[in-house]
Design a protein around this ligand. Sequence first.
Ligand code: HEC
Ligand code: HEC
Length: 351
Amino acid sequence: MNRIGKLFLYTSISALLFSSCKPDPGFEPKPANTDNSVSFNVPQGWPAPYYSFANNKLTNEGFALGRKLFYDPRLSLDNTISCGSCHQQAGAFIQIGHQFSHGVGDINGTRNSPPLFNLAWSTSFFWDGGVNNLESQPINPIQNPIEMKESIGDVVAELQGDATYISMFKAAFGDGTINSQRIFKALAQFMGVMVSADSRFDKYKRNVAGATLTTQELSGYEVYKANCSRCHTEPLFTDYNFRNNGLVPDPYINDSGRAHITRAMQDMYQFKTPSLRNLGYTAPYMHDGRFQTLDEVLDHYAKGIHKSPTLDSSLVNGIQLSSEQRADLLAFLNTLNDEGFVKNSIYAEVK
Ligand code: HEC
Ligand code: HEC
């Protein structure tokens, strides 16, 4: 990356991190950032990430390459769909306005595009956890016939004919060789750095001066702790486990969830618990995007629970909240939206 690019990257990171103009020990760039590097920091109080950059050294150049690949429609068969088509930053990387993901040839999938953030902590990927490593994840959408429908061999061949890519691979990996492993490593650098930990709630937790929660939001936090935290566990607001939260199976799709991977009856209709972060940007909700609003989600937990042998035992009687508790909970959930993340220019397409 040239100097101006580096400066731009650095400035935008600092702009994000110092936007509160206060030293915030939880989420500041490493002091070593004098070399203008993109950094990956574990926010204060968070567990160690599951993904390690030890075998995929994070560099500005690797990150920039991953970002270019993420937004490049040449990764799809007819050069129309990029990763960024189904994962849009303004929606915390969901596909905005789509219940089901929408890929090459106008074909709809059967699952809602999940948001992408804090992937470095995720122990598995996809609603059914079918992939367990961030670096082996991208092969799936690229080769999936209803997503990008391309072969990785063709992608490699196409990029090998592009002088800009040759120089970017050289800058990232030391020589201009383009192969699938390097493509996946670069994408993992870009996606691994997508950390969302700067919501109003996070700032409150880190005692950033001026970051407060209202009495209503604090009551909502208690409602959350009593009713939701078992599965949507802090600080990531998920424990990444698979569970059946009582959705009636869609009769046409009949998505078996985790059992699709394990073929085990006890995993029927279990899905990976999603995070409660950034819900303000990620509607519609659930693996099939069946609910448009958080009110509908809470209606489901109150009176829509479908009983089946694999229903999580804690949900047998649903979750009953008074109207006040519900309003408080919704107010609390709203504090988990991280505007800095969806607007951070380091994740945006460079045109
Ligand atoms: C046609 C739309 C579409 C395209 C294109 C697409 N994705 Fe996705 N992505 C999805 C859907 C849908 C899922 C959930 C799939 C499932 O659960 O079976 C998903 C899941 C993911 C996940 C897992 C997230 C999690 O929390 O489990 C990651 C990471 C991801 N995509 C990255 C990418 C990358 C990188 C590319 C480009 C190489 C890409 N996607 C292209 C629709 C798409
Ligand atoms: C027993 C575990 C469990 C409990 C308790 C629970 N959830 Fe969930 N939640 C899940 C699972 C699993 C999913 C994903 C289900 C699916 O898509 O099939 C989910 C999905 C969601 C979604 C959709 C998120 C998205 O990105 O699509 C929201 C919102 C949500 N839950 C909110 C809550 C709230 C609020 C509470 C407390 C009132 C709660 N949940 C309690 C397990 C749980």
